[in-house]
Design a protein around this ligand. Sequence first.
Ligand SMILES: Nc1nc2c(c(=O)[nH]1)N[C@H]1C(S)=C(S)[C@@H](COP(=O)(O)O)O[C@H]1N2
Ligand SMILES: [Mo]
Length: 418
Amino acid sequence: MLNRRSRLTRRQFGALAGAAGASLAMPGMAFAAGGPDSAAVIKGKKSGLIIHNAKLGVMETPLADLRRHAITPKEVLFSRLHFPHEGKAVWYGTLDAPPADIVNNWNLRVDGLVQRPRDVKIADLQKMPQEKRVSVMQCAGNGRSFYAAKQKVAGGQWKNGGMGNVEWEGVPLRPFLDGLKLLPSKAAVWLTAEGWDEPATPEGSDFAKSYRLDDPALDHAILALKMNGEPIPAVHGGPVRLIIPGYYGNMNVKMVTYLLLAAEQSPSAMQSVGYRIPNQLPADPAQFKANDYTLQNSVPTYGHKIKSVIFSPLPEDKPKAGSVEITGVAFNDGSSKITKVEVSTDGGKTWKEATIKGGLSPWAWQHWSLTTTLASGTHELMSRATDAKGNSQPVDGLTRWNPRGYEWNGADRVSVTV
Ligand SMILES: Nc1nc2c(c(=O)[nH]1)N[C@H]1C(S)=C(S)[C@@H](COP(=O)(O)O)O[C@H]1N2
Ligand SMILES: [Mo]
């Protein structure tokens, strides 16, 4: 049902996009020795981002670029898409705003166990009251490469740059749904959001994610029309993206064409097999394989697990002996304050408390800093955050090993030579 209903919109959009764009493999596209440069993969991206999959436009931000901005600009923000867009229009191969004809023809269908299904246009959304949310956007696979110390996990080998601090603006979700007067049945307990993009083969699964309608995180959710003050480029979810502040990237469905109120969560593999965390951690690599996930033995990657990342010094900064300021960011799902960040300069033997400088919202990353003295030699810097609920990062992130390598939140480690 999901597929059939949204196909119309998709076909319509495909035709429009085809007229508006060129193919992704643009003539003159630069292929460097190690593969194409980020600026050639997605037009407008800064050169030198770390490519994980050129065909899908998957790339991460080097920390040296990430730390320069309070709000992560679109030019450096990591990107992740699941379906190849070869042969389709270039509309998500660029950071330009989606063209007017695409925006004008966009249809958001709200349907399911409701008496009055609705079709909503972008112009309708634009007329509704808008709110801003600054929130960390982070792929659940961010940090996946660090699990390799136990056993390498398939998928993009993300370091720490699969995240950004982004300002979104749009229509608050709950008032939006109430305002539509859908007259939902009491049996509707799940909300599913589906994106416009589609798998390469018809057997593939659409990008659909489900949330319990009573999830308090939805109280802050918006249907975003703007990212960092501008219309959202399609590659980042324009013309309309569901933003659930504090939730992992995959929960923030881009290019939303369909909202379904239902008794069950989506059977889409993106909800029922992918992006899940086993109930028992660490999982045993010999016992639990990447396709063994069921609704019973695992949970979706909803809210960000508490995490901190060291932004400075990075190994390439080559700090001089003496007084050194160690800085970084920390965040969680936004439901409680980050109360403590501890820093070690000796690989975790001793810890000192950093000063928390705060952030732009509860869901944004919080800056912290510690000035200390470093002698000549190599130092293993570490950081570890704790929140008001008592959640903190495992010193050894491998204790949360899981077959798909999600939710890495081990204490961060940077080895610097002074
Ligand atoms: N429609 C759609 N939404 C999507 C995806 C996708 O492939 N299609 N990828 C998800 C994943 S896994 C992540 S990490 C984020 C990435 O957001 P970004 O590319 O804007 O950084 O988008 C999410 N929303
Ligand atoms: Mo992701």
